[in-house]
Design a protein. Sequence first.
Lengths: 326, 775
Amino acid sequence: MITMPQFRVLQPENVSQAVEFLAKHKNLRVLAGGSDLVVNLRNKLFTPEYVLDIKGIKDLQGIKENQDHFSIGTLTTLTEISQNPFIKEIYPVLAKAAGLVAGPNIRNMGTIGGNICLDTRCYWYNQSYFWRKSCNFCLKKDGDICHVAPGGKYCWAAYSGDTAPALLTLDASIKIANPKGEKTLALKDFFVMDGIKKYNLESNEIITEILIPKASAGLQGVYKKFRIRDSVDYPLAGVAIAGKVDKEGNCQKISVALTAVNPAPVLVTEITDLLVGKKLTDDLVEKSVELARKTAKPMKTTLSTMPYRRHMIGVFVKQGLEEILK
Amino acid sequence: MSQEYQKTNNTDFSVIGKSAQMIDGTAKVMGTAIYADDIKLPGMLYGKILRSPHAHARIVRIDTSRAMALLGVKAIITGKDTPVKYGILPIGQDETALAVDKVIYVGQEIAAVAAITEEIAEQALDLIDVEYELLPAYLNADAAMAATDIFIHNDRPKNIEKEYHHNFGDIEKGFAQSDLVLEDKFSFPRITHAAMEPHSAVANYDASGKLTVWTSTQTPHYVHRGLAKALQMHPSKVRVIKPFVGGGFGGKSETFSCDVCSSLLSKLTGKPVKITFTREEVFYAHRGRPDQSVHIKLGMRKDGKITSVYVKTIQDGGAFCSYGVVTILYSGALIAALYDIDNIKFDGYRVVTNKPACGPMRGHGTVNVRYSFEVMLDRLAIGLGLDPAEVRLKNMLKPNTRTVNDLRVTSYGYKECVEKATEHSGWAEKRDKLPFGRGIGIGGSHYVSGAANSIVRGRMPHSNVSIKIDIDGGVSVFTGTAEIGQGTETVQAQIVAEELGLPLERIRVIAADSDITPVDLGSYSSRVTFMAGNAALFAARDVKNQLLRHAAEVLGESPEHLICKNERIYVEYDRERSITFREALISALEHSGTVIGKGAYTPPSESQGGRFKGAGVGPGVAYSYSASVADVSVNPETGQVRVNKIWVAHDCGRALNPLAVEGQVEGSVWMGLGQALQEEQIFTPEGLTLNPSLLEYKSPGAIESPDIETIIVESIDPEGPFGAKEAGEGSLAGVIPAIANAVYDAVGVWITSLPITPEKILKELNKQKAEQKKK
């Protein structure tokens, strides 16, 4: 087996202790379910001095009700979210997306916070140290060239989380703890369209809660995912849609988000602008598909091709809109 | 013992034909089975291998001094320590465990480190300095064959490992008599076995100068020979033990660098050394199915009779010969022996390239040509307005014939396979009648049930089994066979139990330890049930005859009138007269001590093929037959294929253990499914494998599995043990064209390159739409 790099493990009992560790140690990685981090550690993509194992913090687990939101603790497992009757009822898009992450054992380990914070992926990056060294590394780690867009200085590694696009359609935000205290950030402002920076989370910060507005409760939702093997694979293209029609059959609310086709999950707000207040027609579906395809900019970061991934985005948008709005 | 096959058609079996749980299954399920990597010896060191980042380069300098200075590093070896060339074939001695002078693929072994921990060994690799001088890299067969001066191996001009040109009958005459002749070119990517357990070896060179190696292998005997040669040791000083093995599928059929390097490092340090490959290293060790092009031309009369077949095929075999010569020969030889074809011409090329070496993989050599053939057969049938299943039935061989290329066919259950598979699948009601997007297809296949010729020429038996029975009443079966999960130990135990009239739990199998067990050539070419099964049967008959002599004295009867059953020995015509097995055993022990018997199996010379160049590969001591029918759905909007169900009718002669037969057939379906739809080992333009992991190399998982219905066809082979033939490989090659033909039935497009990806289907569908518009 590929060996692990050496590090010290820190196991805080509560959030404030976790934040203390975060403030104290610079070269540190946060471990929740470990299904992303451990593989990346073995590949020497990270060689931290410390690993902050937050699994033992009880406060960060489970689903709670607040004034205007439902709050999901960052350590809540994907299995729990996908099977929770309450979530299935009021936020079906999230339950569906969580239920399509990898396979059952990874969903048992993997957490919602970890899934949001997935590292971006590229087949020139998710490789062993020997492999990466053999082709002189890449921009994202240890090198200064991009194999996907040679000559470029921008990292195209694809964001490959399933739950983030679902949460974007629900207008979710996240609560972040840091040495200064707490802050809340809209999820759409969390992500950055850059395969290296990925998101706005400082090295001394952790996500503690995911907040979903009550206003989004009861929206119909679909999550559609293209992958080679339904048994385990990451998405190669994914579409989350939440919305509803009014009594007259006009679109009252609609929100479409894409994943795995850009360095960040992204809302296609133009589709919302186009459809709200209208009855869905074939023409509007066609226009929506075009808008989604234009937003999707998959690069040669996976074994599936760019045109096919973009094609699947279109297929999913069409299917999803028809399921929700017709 | 003389080779006398089962004479009667007796079917009153007690153990044979009954589904039995694998005798080694519980340990696997409980997690207590000991695999090579589980072995930990006192003072054991860990080895790691430095590999080449270049596809083709001269090694100018290797400096290990920085690595050697790392605390915990105990020894480092390089190519100068491994000068002796070896290889599985006598004509392919082209490998050294570590590269000498130059590297010829990305991932080739350059140096090996032994250290007190795996982490230190891995860190040390990064401290070894190697200077290279780059050479032109040939990353596909065309580029390699076009080379003019610098070759990968100096003794392989134009980088051609071997070419064969076979011509049987008169193909031109056959084509002239055809009502339809079609030709096309098919292409196949490189695929790999993806056995769950990676290669792993633990070597212990002890103070007496004896080397013991525990290694994950399908062929302990060939590893024994390979190690003795590579290490220049007398074979009696080398002991090879095969522990539990987590799958092979052809990928563990020869000596690997982990075997040689762990041995050398152990000798240098005086400590045991373990080397277990990472998954990525398994992709570099490879030995999988080659990238291959197949140009095929097939003729048919309007009644469906096949007239002629011409195949030209080129295999990109990677950096070493490995089994490559055998692979290319199988591609040609097994065009025959499935159907009755008078005219066959074959041009085959095995080419050396700067990629990891290919080797044998389930259905060795036959799969890609069989795909091309079975798809072309459907195209001809459809072109002539015939039912593809009927066309197959029109071209049946007869049992006990010799083919045009001198293969001896004995039992032949293919006709029944096609009939049963079509009947069970509702073929007649479905073919060409399902709605657009749903389809059904058929594919046929066959495989040798044991290669009639050994890799090592000579008249040595291919399988040997010895048996010992002592006062405890347990029967020890000593066999050199390599259980790799397919059930060889269980089947030999069943055979011995049946012959001695004992329950299965009375038998214990001691296997694959070169100091203890007799030689068996190994688990390849689907040979074990047939050959070792016969050897086990002959050995059991030997001890039985000894026991019957004593029983005969007690019973006052002649031995030929006695039978063994239910732990008793009966007078066959008067069942009232009997003694217990134990009484007979004690009588034998009192008379002459421990009861010991042996059996050996050598293929009959008439099975060993013709006299032309390359005739040695293709002959089997028997052939298994298989027909697959696939029911698929194709989404015309996405091109995605869902295989709903696969029916496989497989002729395994006699199913000694139906449960194990079903398991093997299902495994073949899954492996075929992977090659058909998903699997492909992809390289960067520099020759680096892009997807060396089980996440990115897309073997199907359980969710991708269709329903599988296995239909066992029993042709009762005249020479197989109790009539048995192989079940492990034969079905695979039929599954893939069955899926392709079903895709055509569903949406009307032919895909000529594997895997059949959604994108390829969409592309063909768009072409189809464009053409319909034109009309």
